[in-house]
Write a protein that binds this ligand. Structure first.
Ligand code: SF4
Length: 446
C-alpha cells in the first residue's frame, strides 16, 4: 500500500471536501490507513486511479475457485508470520479423483468429499475435487467431470497437461469456474486462451522458480491474472523451501511474477498415507493455497482441518458467539435463566453442560467482545454495570415468570452491583466450572 504522501501527490489538491474530510491530505491519510475508498473522491483522474490500483493491489493475488457457498478463496496474504497480523485465506484440501479409477472408487471418494466436522460452532470440511485425466481420453474425462459435478457442489480442479483434454473438461463445467491444471512452458498459449475464454483460474507449473516466474509473466501478458503456482518440486524439503521463497519474494521483494497462491501435491511425495498427512500439515503451516491429497481418511483429515482452523483464526479476534437469548431444550416460563460471556469456547462449554443436564434453560449470552468470563470481568466488559443493562434490554423478562438470574461463580464479586442494577432480580451465584452446571441446575427451583 502506498503511503499517505504518495497518495496525496496523485490527488487533485483542491481541498473541496466532497470526500467527507476537509482536505486532500486528510483523505490521502485515510486511504493509506484503509479507512476510506478512493471512489469517495469524484475528481481523481483515471491515470491516478490506475496507479493507485496497481500500487495498492495485494502482494499475493486472491484467487477464487468455484462458485456459490462452496467457492474457495486462496491467496490475499499480507504477512510472513501470523502474529504480525493474521493469515487471510485458509488453504483448500482437494481429493484426487482419476478417470482411471473404477466407478466404486470414484463413488467412495465423492462420499469422502462430504466428510465434515462441527467444532466451536464452525463446520470444518474439505474443499475441492481434483479431477485428473490419466486415461488420455477426453470423452472419459468429460464423463467423469459430469459425474463429479452432479454429486458435489465443491470446487473443481481439472488436471491434464493436454490442452485438448482440458478443453473438453472445461466445456463440461465452465459454469463452476474450475482451476485448470496446468499451464506449462509447452502448452501455455492454449491453456491461457482456455482460461481467458472461460474466465477460469489457471495453475502454472514449471521445473523451478525462475521458469515459473517466466511462465506467470507470459500468462499475465496474455490477460490471465488468476494464477496458482506449482513450483514443480515433489520432495517435502524442496517444496517447503519453495513455499517460503515464493511468499518472501511476493511480500518482501514485491516480486509480482510470484505474487500468487500456491498448489502442492503431498499425494505425489509419498505412498504412505500417514506421511502424506504429515507433509500436508507442514504445508498448512507454510504456505500452501491448495493441498491435493491422494485420498481422505477421517483420522488424518480431521486433525488437518483442526490445524487449519487454528492457524487461520485471527489472533487479534477471539472466536465469538452472537449476543442474545439462547433456548436450550425447549425452556418455558419457569425454566432457569443463566448468563455467560460470548467467547465461543465458553458458550459451547456452558451450553453443552446445560444440554447434558437435560433441564430446559434460557442462556443469556452477553457480548464481551469474545472475552471469556474471567478475562471479560477483568477487562470491565462482564461486570454489573454492563450485565444489568443487557439483561433489561434482552427481553428475558417477557419469557419467564420468575426473576432469578444465575451468574458464573467467577464473577461472584459482582453480585452486590447486580442487585443494584437489577433490583427486581435475585442474583444466584452459579458454579465456577462448566462441569458443575448439570448438578446445579437439576437442583434449581423457580
Ligand atoms: Fe480532495 Fe477529492 Fe476530497 Fe475534494 S473530494 S478534498 S479533491 S480528495
Amino acid at each position: 500500500m502506498p503511503t499517505g504522501i504518495e497518495i496525496f501527490k496523485l490527488l487533485p489538491k483542491t481541498n473541496c471536501g466532497e470526500c467527507g474530510v476537509p482536505t486532500c491530505l486528510a483523505f490521502a491519510m485515510n486511504l493509506a490507513a484503509g479507512k476510506a475508498e478512493l471512489s469517495a473522491c469524484p475528481y481523481v483522474s483515471e491515470e491516478a486511479k490506475a496507479q493507485l490500483a496497481e500500487a495498492s493491489a495485494p502482494p499475493i493475488r486472491p484467487v477464487t475457485i468455484g462458485v456459490g457457498d462452496r467457492a474457495l478463496k486462496v491467496g490475499g496474504e499480507t504477512v510472513m508470520f501470523r502474529h504480525e497480523k493474521r493469515f487471510e485465506n485458509a488453504p483448500g484440501f482437494a481429493i484426487l479423483i482419476s478417470d482411471s479409477m473404477d466407478d466404486s472408487e470414484v463413488n467412495a471418494r465423492l462420499e469422502k468429499l462430504k466428510l465434515q466436522y462441527e467444532r466451536v460452532g464452525l463446520t470444518l470440511r474439505p474443499d475441492l475435487a481434483a479431477v485428473k485425466c490419466d486415461s488420455g481420453d477426453a470423452a472419459k474425462f468429460e464423463a467423469l467431470i459430469n459425474k463429479v459435478k452432479e454429486k458435489t457442489d465443491a470446487g473443481l480442479i481439472l488436471m491434464s497437461d493436454n490442452p485438448d483434454v482440458l478443453a473438453a473438461g472445461v466445456k463440461a463445467c465452465a459454469d463452476r469456474k474450475p482451476l485448470l491444471y496446468a499451464a506449462t512452458e509447452e502448452n501455455v498459449d492454449r491453456v491461457a486462451a482456455l482460461a481467458k475464454d472461460n474466465s477460469c483460474s489457471v495453475a502454472a507449473k514449471a521445473a523451478d522458480l525462475e521458469k515459473l516466474a517466466e511462465l506467470t509473466t507470459k500468462l499475465t501478458g496474455a490477460g490471465v491474472n488468476d494464477i496458482v503456482l506449482d513450483s514443480g518440486s515433489r520432495t517435502l524439503r524442496q517444496a517447503f523451501e519453495d513455499q517460503v521463497i515464493i511468499r518472501s519474494a511476493a511480500l518482501n521483494k514485491k516480486f509480482r511474477p510470484l505474487g500468487f497462491p500456491t498448489i502442492v501435491f503431498p499425494a505425489e511425495m509419498t505412498d504412505n498415507p500417514m506421511k502424506e498427512a504429515l507433509i500436508a500439515s507442514a504445508f498448512v503451516a507454510k504456505y500452501a493455497g491448495i493441498i491435493v491429497l491422494s485420498d481422505f481418511q477421517g483420522e488424518s483429515l480431521f486433525p488437518l482441518l483442526v490445524e487449519r482452523m487454528n492457524i487461520f483464526t485471527d489472533p487479534q479476534r477471539p472466536l465469538a458467539t452472537t449476543q442474545g437469548i439462547y433456548e436450550i431444550g425447549g425452556p418455558d416460563e419457569n425454566s432457569p435463566v443463566l448468563i455467560t460471556s460470548n467467547f465461543s469456547l465458553t458458550y459451547f462449554i456452558v451450553s453443552g453442560e446445560i444440554e447434558n443436564s437435560r433441564v430446559p434453560s434460557w442462556l443469556l449470552v452477553q457480548d464481551t467482545e469474545g472475552l471469556s468470563v474471567m478475562t471479560g470481568w477483568a477487562a470491565g466488559k462482564f461486570v454489573a454495570d454492563a450485565i444489568g443493562p443487557f439483561v433489561k434490554k434482552s427481553g428475558i423478562t417477557d419469557k419467564v415468570k420468575h426473576r432469578k438470574l444465575v451468574v458464573p461463580g467467577y464473577i461472584a464479586a459482582e453480585s452486590g452491583g447486580l442487585e443494584e442494577e437489577l433490583p427486581d432480580w435475585e442474583i444466584l451465584i452459579g458454579p465456577r466450572e462448566g462441569a458443575h452446571i448439570p448438578a446445579y441446575i437439576k437442583a434449581w427451583k423457580p
